[in-house]
Each structure stands twice: as C-alpha cells, then as structure tokens.
Write a protein that binds this ligand. Structure first.
Ligand code: 6R9
Length: 566
C-alpha cells in the first residue's frame, strides 16, 4: 500500500495542518529543520538507525546513524558559533558530496544561520557572483576547492572564514582559512536557535534570462511541504533505502537529498562520484536501493548504455522510481517499465517552489510524457498568455500557474524584491513554463517561457555565459542559445564575433570553451562555438537570440520585422 493511497481522496480532504500535527508542530512554535532532521528522529527512538550510507569514487565507505547526524551537526553548529557566526548570517557549503556537506547543512540551520549550498564544480566567477550577492560570512569547503575561493577573496569583504574540512597540514593555512574536522568531537548538547516558521533557512541560486543569478530565499516552514511531498510522491517508508542522485548544489539535492528523507527518518545513500551505468547499477545492488529519485538526463544515459548492464546487476530491490528536472520523454517511461519492471514517475517543480508541485503519484495511471497532476493542496492551472485567466478547454497551450500559499514557496529573491513581485499575475505565481492540460486534468509540459537553457536539468542563463565570453581576449560579441542534444536535451551553443585582430580557429574555439568551463562551470561551457561576422540584431541593437535559436531547432523564424538588416 502506498502512503498516498487514493489521490482523489487526498485532494478532497486536504489540509496542511494535518502535517503540522503529524510533526508535533503548533503554529507559533519553534520549527527548526536541523532539529527535525536529527534530534527529533533520535527522540522517536531511532537514534541507532542508519541515516546515511556514503561511498565515493575510490570505494571509500562511511556510515552514520541518526545519533551521529545529531551529534556531528551539533559539532558543526558549535564550531560556527565559536567563530562568532550567528543567526541570519549566510554560510556557504562548497563541497563535493562528502558527509560534511549533508550534516553541515543541519549544523548551519541549528544555529539559525542561512545555508547557501553551491556546486563544487563552479569556477571562480560563478562562485563570486553568488557569494557577493548573499554577503556570505563563511564558506565551508575542501582543500581541492580552496584555490578558487582565494582568487576572489579580496573582492569579498564580507567573507570572514574559509573553513576547510580536510586540511592535511601539508600546506599552511592562509588568510581567513581555518581547519575543522567534523568528527573530532561529538557535541552532546547544542542550544538550537529558536527559528520560527518564517525564519530564513536556505538560499538557493538559480539562473534567469537576464541579470545575475537570483538567490531564492526559503524558510524553516518549508519542511511541512518537503516532508509531505516526499511521503506521498517518493512514497518513502520506514524500511526504505533511498537514493537521490542530485547534488545539493541543486535544490533537489537539498529538499529531497537532505531535508525530506531525514525528516521522515529514512535511510538514504549518497554516491560521491561521476556517472556511469555500471557504477550506478552496482551501487543500487550493493545498498539494495528501494526508492530512486533521479533526472531525465541520467535516465537517457542509462537507456543509451542499453539493457546488457541491467542484466549484470541485481536491481530487484527497487520498488519506486521518480524523475525531475526536465521533460521526461515518454520513451523513457516505457523503457524503464520494460527494463526495470517499474516506470519512472515524473515530478515537476522549481527552486522557487521549494517542493514538488505536479506529479505522477503511486497508484495513479501514468500517461507517458505527462507530468501528472497538482499535489493535493496545490491549485495549479494553465493561464491564457494575454489575459492571465485560467484556460478551461483541454489542449490549449498556456502558462503554468499556482495559487501562492504552500509552505515551501520562496519568500523572495535575495536583494531582489522587484523580480520576485514580477513573478505574479492576477494573484497567480508564474513559474515561467508553458503547458497544456488534457481532459483528465493531466499537465503536459510544452517549454519554458524564457531563454533559460535547461542542460541536463541544470538551468544556465545565456546572459551569464555571454557576459563571461566578453571577458575573453578574442571575443567582441556573442549570443548564447540552446542547441538540441540527445542526452542533455539542450546544451549551450555560442555564436561569437571576434575582435578585428583575431581569426577563427579550432584552437581558439577550445580556448574559449575552457575559459568558460573554468570561469563558470562545465555545464555552462558551450559545446559548440560558431564564428560569425555579425550577430543578428534588432533596430534598437538587441541581439535576436530567437532567430539563432530557431535556426538550431529547425523552427520557423517568425516575425523579423524588427531585424536590423532586413
Ligand atoms: C527542481 C528543479 C526548474 C525548471 C522548471 C522547468 C524545468 C523541472 C520538470 C521540468 C519538464 C519536469 N523542469 N521539472 N520540465 N518536466 N518534470 O528542476 O528546479 O533547477 O529551478 O528548474 O526546470 O522549466 O521551471 P530548477
């Protein structure tokens, strides 16, 4: 029997206050995610239960009980406090998927500070923009990533501490650096900061079309949504071994890779290593994974690897599969049902929504290619693009919209209230995606309503890449668009006009690619660079990305009346 039971029944009788009661929370009380994910589970008699099974690429293994998570998150909290870090201050987590990242997040939350998880693959520019915007006070990192922080340190006056979790003493600590070992001490008691429902918990950075990345501000009350969605969509149960393949630098890796499973007292496992079909299947076999939350890019890569590796491993422990991040191709659903004997269930949400909004629920009929239906308690519709009124006829494309008010909804964009306000029309929150509804009320994703590139589930802003390209010595101008890709759905493509003294060459192309990889990240790196003499522009001088995009996707170009040279 699934946790949700009947979807229709749950929609009819829904109330968030039932979750509050289940979690022993009364409005106005202290609610602290760090405490809920560790101390409370121990107090429920599960101190000895395994919270985390961890393994890295070298085969090194670690295991932590809920009591370990409680004690070590206390250790992190106490250490940060000893440095003078207090509630409301931003502490960045900049690490590979090491245990310190997962447990550290709870430690930060326990003292009421705000956690800012960032991908360790970020280069110095991507890192700087986000640390500067958040006014981050401390960064917790690993030796291998310190050099990136050092490069930008003098441009970050508010950054006081660089906390290194694996300092080996071989190299001297430099200015602002300090060594910290989570497992050196078990701090039995830590005074939990009395965070309330609306106290900020996490800032997650996400890319938009224009401007710098936006810091999405979440609060401790988001726990209510994350707990229930994980219970009903991921169907997490007492004896599950859960594997969320997402990195906590991405919202999926925190909402459903740290908070939800631990608030439910479930055992989860983490693989700190790159992708290969064999490595993943052998991980599932070794840990007897039962619930698997992954992404379409990974699923497409697994499809490409074929059925032969599937047969070499025992995957019989699997019982429920869920996907997020991009459109899940209907073929992927059909394939997984045939090959694993289980279909992937699509789920749709965003950094801004904080928790799953639309999904295919256990027990509900899956229509391959559809995202499913809104989560109980969520009013989700498709709006007319002109009037912002809900569309009632099935099959008509419009904007996805939600009635605000669910617990995990972002509270604002950090230092950017104007952009936040602009996400609402007629009292609806607009995630910026287009979809259509069918006669049964299922949502079918159509596309984004902006130029943001979704590469393998990661959002890349063309603006950010264009800005970085301009810093390259040979680039005069550039336009960045999405290009279709079999595995990643979209990849970054750059059209580049060179400065007068430079000639196009393959060498220069590689140099530009590497420049972006180092400055931003491997994901933001253009997979292709096309040299052009001039970029198509409007009469007012704006680059017409739409034109270049249409060319890449073989689409109609549409209205070009404002094109400069027509
Ligand atoms: C959790 C997460 C959000 C954007 C979202 C949409 C796309 C996410 C999807 C999907 C089609 C799905 N997206 N899930 N598109 N089907 N099931 O992905 O957060 O990184 O903020 O991205 O990703 O465009 O608006 P985030």
């Amino acid at each position: 029997m699934s946790n949700i039971g009947s979807y229709e029944e749950k929609v009819k009788n829904f109330s968030w206050s039932t979750v509050e009661t289940e979690l022993g929370y009364t409005p106005g009380d202290v609610i602290n995610i760090g405490w809920y994910c560790s101390d409370r589970i121990c107090a429920m008699g599960k101190a000895g239960k395994t919270a985390l099974l961890w393994e890295n690429a070298q085969g090194e293994k670690k295991q932590y009980s809920y009591n370990d998570v409680r004690l070590y998150s206390n250790t992190v909290g106490a250490y940060l406090r000893s440095l003078g870090i207090h509630d409301g201050e931003r502490v960045c987590l900049f690490m590979d998927r090491v245990p310190e990242l997962y447990i550290g997040l709870l430690g930060i939350l326990k003292i009421g500070a705000i956690a800012q998880p960032l991908f360790s693959a970020f280069g110095e520019d991507s890192l700087w923009v986000r640390l500067e915007n958040a006014g981050t006070r401390a960064i917790i990192t690993q030796r291998k990533h310190v050099s990136k922080v050092r490069k930008i340190l003098d441009r970050l006056p508010e950054l006081q501490y660089i906390i290194i979790v694996d300092h080996d003493g071989k190299r001297e600590l430099k200015e602002k650096e300090t060594a910290f070992f989570m497992e050196d001490e078990k701090v039995e008691t830590l005074e939990i900061f009395p965070t309330l429902a609306e106290t900020p918990s996490i800032i997650h950075y996400t890319s938009g079309t224009t401007g710098q990345p936006k810091g999405v501000k979440h609060v401790h009350y988001s726990l209510i949504s994350q707990y229930l969605t994980a219970k009903w969509v991921l169907d997490l149960q007492e004896n599950d071994i859960y594997w969320c393949t997402a990195d906590p630098g991405w919202v999926t890796g925190t909402s459903y890779g740290i908070i939800a499973p631990w608030a439910l007292g479930v055992t989860q496992c983490v693989l700190d290593s790159g992708f290969s079909a064999e490595a993943w299947y052998s991980f599932i076999e070794r840990y007897k994974v039962t619930v698997w939350y992954s992404a379409p890019t990974a699923i497409r890569s697994l499809m490409k690897a074929g059925e032969e590796p599937v047969r070499r491993f025992d995957l019989s422990s699997l019982r429920h599969l869920v996907s997020v991040g991009e459109p899940l191709n209907p073929e992927a659903v059909v394939w997984s049902e045939r090959v694993y004997g289980l279909p992937f269930h699509d789920s749709y949400w965003q950094t801004e929504t904080g928790s799953i909004m639309i999904s295919n629920y256990p027990g509900m009929k899956i229509k391959p290619g559809s995202m499913g239906k809104p989560f109980p308690g969520i009013t989700g519709v498709v709006l007319n693009t002109q009037t912002y009124e809900p569309i009632t006829e099935p099959g008509v494309i419009g904007l996805i919209a939600f009635r605000p008010g669910w617990p995990a909804m972002m509270r604002t964009y950090w230092n950017n209230e104007a952009t936040y306000r602009n996400k609402f029309r007629n009292g609806w929150y607009l995630p910026g995606d287009r979809a259509r509804l069918d006669a049964d009320g299922y949502f079918w994703f159509v596309g984004r309503d902006d130029d943001v590139i979704n590469t393998g589930g990661h959002l890349v802003s063309p603006f950010e890449v264009e800005s970085a390209l301009l810093e390259h010595y040979a680039v005069a101008e550039s336009a960045v668009v999405a290009k279709p890709d079999e595995i990643n759905m979209e990849v970054v493509k750059a059209f580049v006009a060179l400065k007068p003294d430079y000639e196009p060459s393959a060498e220069l192309e590689l140099d530009i690619m590497n420049f972006i990889r180092k400055r931003l990240s491997p994901l933001a790196m253009p997979q292709e660079i096309e040299y052009v003499e001039n970029l198509p522009k409007t009469r007012s001088g704006k680059i017409m990305r739409r034109l270049l995009h249409a060319k890449e996707w073989g689409e109609e170009i549409g209205d070009t009346s404002t094109l400069e040279s027509d």
